[in-house]
Design a protein around this ligand. Structure first.
Ligand SMILES: C[S@@+](CC[C@H](N)C(=O)[O-])C[C@H]1O[C@@H](n2cnc3c(N)ncnc32)[C@H](O)[C@@H]1O
Length: 309
């Protein structure tokens, strides 16, 4: 979980898709899906957001005005109120959500029949469904339901994560480009006038190595590579002293990023996973309605509605 702890405590974003333009919250067709879900409610509902992260979906639920209580659980050590302590408007909203950090959805700290609507945006699929489905059944009230949007293994997000895994595995190998960057920082940590030419030469050599490496990548991998190498290039361009710790910190972050996107790929559902999910849902006592959710006509997620029978 350290990779998610690190993500939620250090990135000023309410979603796990900060790179996709959703850092301030879900918008467009995705937000509309959830607004339609909330619109069908009578009001004063007890809602439960499963795998809530920094609260993007809980915030949409709050803004719908249909919830009396919003419970939000995540296994990571989330602390959105602390992270957004300087954003008065957002903080006021976040304080109305009851966040439960370090809480597994396989063992929820709520009484049975306590919840009217359980929701999850890219959260439920990370759980062990043999435990989380019966647990969900336990906390839902008899007429309650769950609406879940789960990663589709064929989505662009999944493909991009796979491309990222290939690139990061390569770059984090011992002696690869990232280690060469650290070596550069160590050598020229204190560049005096005499060393300046040597540093420029090494700098040029590294940039050429980046370009050569990029030429062997496909478009998706190259786009991922550009995103991760950018911060290193900024550090390299620093005309004053190079700080080795800054380079090592970026490398450590890449390690977390690799674990996080590998987690995401592992969590995504293929059509076979969906069949298995359906079987477990029925076994737990639900009526399941599952269909593909597309964005711009491309696979994006599985929309799953579970009704308690
Ligand atoms: C892709 S993030 C989604 C977060 C959020 N719903 C959003 O839309 O931004 C998946 C989250 O599921 C959480 N998670 C993974 N396994 C879990 C479990 N068994 N119980 C509760 N949360 C879990 C992770 O910590 C992570 O924050």
């Amino acid at each position: 979980m350290e990779h998610w702890d690190h993500y939620w405590l250090n990135r000023k974003t309410v979603t796990s898709f900060a790179n996709s333009g959703y850092d301030t919250g879900y918008a467009g067709q995705l937000a509309q899906f959830w607004q339609d879900t909330f619109a069908g409610l009578a009001g004063s509902a007890v809602m439960l957001d499963l795998g809530c992260g920094n609260g993007a979906l809980s915030l949409l639920a709050l803004r719908s005005g249909k919830a009396s209580t919003i419970l939000a659980v995540d296994f990571a050590a989330i602390d959105p109120c602390q992270l957004f302590a300087d954003d008065h408007v957002l903080l006021t909203e976040l304080k109305q959500i009851s966040f439960h950090p370090s809480c597994k959805m396989e063992a929820l700290p709520f009484a049975e029949h306590h919840v009217d609507l359980a929701i999850s945006q890219f959260g439920f699929e990370y759980s062990d469904i043999t435990q989380s489905l019966p647990e969900l059944f336990r906390v839902l009230q008899p007429n309650g339901k769950a609406v879940l949007l789960c990663h589709d293994a064929a989505s662009e997000i999944s493909l991009l994560c796979k491309a990222g895994i290939t690139v990061l595995n390569e770059l984090l190998k011992k002696g690869s480009l990232i280690d060469q960057l650290i070596d550069y920082a160590v050598r020229f940590a204190k560049t005096d006038a005499v060393q300046l030419d040597a540093r420029r030469e090494y700098n040029k050599k590294l940039i050429m190595a980046f370009q050569q490496y990029r030429m062997g990548l496909n478009d998706m991998q190259a786009s991922f590579f550009n995103d991760i190498i950018g911060p290193f290039v900024s550090l390299m361009s620093n005309q004053s002293e190079l700080n080795v710790c800054d380079f090592e910190h970026l490398k450590k972050q890449l390690g977390f990023e690799l674990t996080r996107i590998a987690d995401q790929v592992q969590a995504a559902y293929s059509i076979q996973d969906i069949r298995r999910f359906n079987d477990h849902a029925v076994k737990a006592g639900f009526n399941a309605d599952i269909h593909p959710f597309t964005l711009n006509n491309l696979p994006f997620a599985w929309a799953i509605t579970l009704k308690r029978t």
